[in-house]
Design a protein around this ligand. Structure first.
Ligand SMILES: Cc1cc2nc3c(=O)[nH]c(=O)nc-3n(C[C@H](O)[C@H](O)[C@H](O)COP(=O)(O)OP(=O)(O)OC[C@H]3O[C@@H](n4cnc5c(N)ncnc54)[C@H](O)[C@@H]3O)c2cc1C
Ligand code: SF4
Length: 514
């Protein structure tokens, strides 16, 4: 038995730091090999031989598990990249391309199978990237999918839209700023699994207990999937006309094609989950007759900007644009009066985050004249490293998305003063450059004026300033809240992890009654 106190979050040790002989040997072995290979320290071979001779650390396990030992030094990171701008802004098809099979496997081979895999630590789902990357490199796509699916219920979603916290924590990001392409590998593995029919409907023995899931976003879908597999009879209540939550009615099709959601839903239904659409459920009036409840209703209230002129026609919440556009692409029709469109207009997006970026890409595809995006906070640091949040944490650095690349004026430290209009319609937004100075009493910095007010001409403006964290009344012991409804607006991968936890808690609760 070996003991490790070097890392508190390694998958190869238990909470007490105990490692099995095999994983412990492998860990020591890898660390040495990596140092030798990167630095050409031949004298380390002597230490290695001593270890092999006296501590019986050998190459055996490593040879079996790590496919291409020096690939991370020989194969550069290669991203599939996006479709050319002139092509992609003509339609709402997914912008991201794919690599051919050979290149994909070579990318997977770059994984060093680190002794302490920080990718695994950084992924909220605890995805075991070293394991499935290795299977992918060796061409065992089915094994790669099984390993991936063990922790990730729907890797076809995260493979497309996860910001890949794992890649920022990859050791190759620390050393070379060229992490393993985990997210793309994940998408490729999952598409192969669908294509090759590795994903088939399963039958699960029922345990006679029932669970209601309220809200069919990623959190609710994962909870439903896990509980269904455990034998519970699951009914999902969803207020919208279809499932997916923000995957379907927030994230644009050019990032996530909705057929990807439909394909998974068809499987979940075939496996026995019942979906009831157009059925809003109030938290204080849950449907009767279920043994337990999962509330996964997301963050329904967007943050508003109560400046004068807010009522003008042309000022919209981001989701009014995004959800309607996704519905239009699904075949729904809207009157000219109700249609939210940027066609032929100068667009202003207030809010510098990802939702704002989705408004930019959508506006381009609708045929806008121009887009400006303003943000009240300072411009984030440029470059790969964030000195305030160093590796392996996710760096809060300037992010340029595919939508930004399509054309956009971006400004920071800009405060919104007033919406200006004529005959009830928006014609511009009065803004002012500001700055932030430290608060002598601590806490939030103080905003100060840093320039003259000016008017940004626009006929349509989207408010993309985040969502309010929901408050919940105290719930009975058989009710479990998860996803954004529990944590506030976050990421799909975190919502999925939270849905998985909720399913575990439901199971433990029901078993505790037996
Ligand atoms: C525009 C936009 C783009 C985003 N892009 C990304 C991205 O690229 N990558 C990423 O990781 N994250 C992204 N996010 C965040 C991500 O979408 C959310 O964190 C995630 O969807 C939260 O999942 P959830 O299941 O908790 O909630 P939601 O996805 O919000 O789902 C909640 C569901 O509950 C339903 N519901 C609500 N109230 C009721 C009720 N009373 N009765 C019945 N049903 C109800 C809703 O209709 C919805 O279907 C984005 C968010 C937005 C807004
Ligand atoms: S879900 Fe996201 S963080 Fe986790 S392995 Fe996949 S890309 Fe990385």
């Amino acid at each position: 038995m070996l003991y490790c106190d070097a890392a508190t979050f390694c998958r190869r040790r238990n909470d007490a730091g105990i490692m099995t002989d095999e994983t412990g040997r492998r860990c020591a072995q890898e660390s040495i090999d990596i140092i030798i290979m990167k630095n050409n320290y031949n004298y380390l071979f002597i230490i290695k031989i001593i270890l092999i001779t006296y501590l019986k650390i050998d190459n055996h396990t490593q040879k079996q598990t790590m496919g291409k030992l020096k690939a991370f030094m020989e194969v550069p990171r290669l991203e599939a990249g996006y479709r050319p701008i002139h092509d992609r802004i003509q339609d709402f098809g997914e912008v991201e391309q794919t690599l051919n099979t050979h290149d994909r496997k070579m990318q997977a081979s770059r994984c060093m199978d680190c002794g302490v895999p920080f990718c695994h630590w950084a992924c909220p789902l605890g995805n075991k990237a070293p394991e499935w990357n290795d299977a992918l490199y060796k061409g065992d796509w089915e094994l790669a999918y099984r390993l991936l699916n063990a922790t990730n219920d729907f890797p076809e979603f995260t493979g497309r839209i996860c910001p890949a916290l794992c890649e920022k924590a990859c050791v190759l990001n620390l050393t070379d700023h060229a992490p393993v392409t985990n997210r793309e590998d994940e998408a490729a593995i999952t598409e192969a699994a669908w294509r090759e029919n590795y994903i088939k409907p399963q039958t699960y023995e029922r345990n006679g207990k029932t669970v209601a899931v309220i809200g069919a976003g990623p959190a609710g879908l994962v909870a439903a999937n896990r509980l269904n597999k455990m034998g519970y009879s699951v009914t999902v209540f969803e207020k919208n006309e279809a499932a997916g939550g923000l995957l379907r009615y927030g994230i644009p099709n050019f990032k996530l094609n909705k057929t990807v959601i439909d394909r998974r839903l068809a499987l979940l239904k075939e496996e026995g989950i019942v979906f009831k659409y157009n059925t809003p459920i109030e938290e204080n009036a849950l449907p009767e007759g279920f043994d337990a409840y999962v509330i996964s209703t997301g963050t329904p209230v967007a943050r508003d900007l109560k400046a004068p002129g807010r009522e003008l026609k042309g000022v919209h919440f981001a989701l009014e644009l995004l959800s309607q556009q996704n519905r239009v692409l699904a075949g729904m029709e809207f009157s000219k009066e109700d249609r939210v469109t940027a066609k032929g207009k100068d667009v202003l997006v207030i809010g510098g985050g990802d939702t704002g970026s989705d408004c930019i890409g959508t506006s381009h595809r609708q045929g806008c004249k121009s887009v400006t995006q303003i943000e009240i906070m300072p411009k984030p640091v440029e470059g790969p490293d964030d000195p305030n949040n160093p590796w392996p944490n996710y760096p809060r650095v300037l992010k340029t998305t595919s939508s930004h690349e399509e054309g956009c004026t971006r400004r920071w430290n800009i405060n919104t003063l007033e919406f200006i209009g004529k005959n009830g319609r928006l014609t511009g937004v009065k803004v002012q450059p500001i700055d932030w100075k430290p608060n002598p009493e601590g806490g939030r910095p103080i905003m100060i004026e840093a320039g003259e007010p000016e008017i940004i001409k626009c006929e349509i403006c989207f408010l993309a300033m985040g969502f309010l964290k929901p408050q919940h009344a105290e719930q009975p012991s058989n009710v479990f809240i998860c996803g954004d409804a529990q944590n506030g607006a976050s990421l799909v991968v975190r919502a999925m992890a939270s849905g998985r936890d909720a399913a575990k808690k439901v199971d433990a609760y029901i078993k505790s009654l037996a």
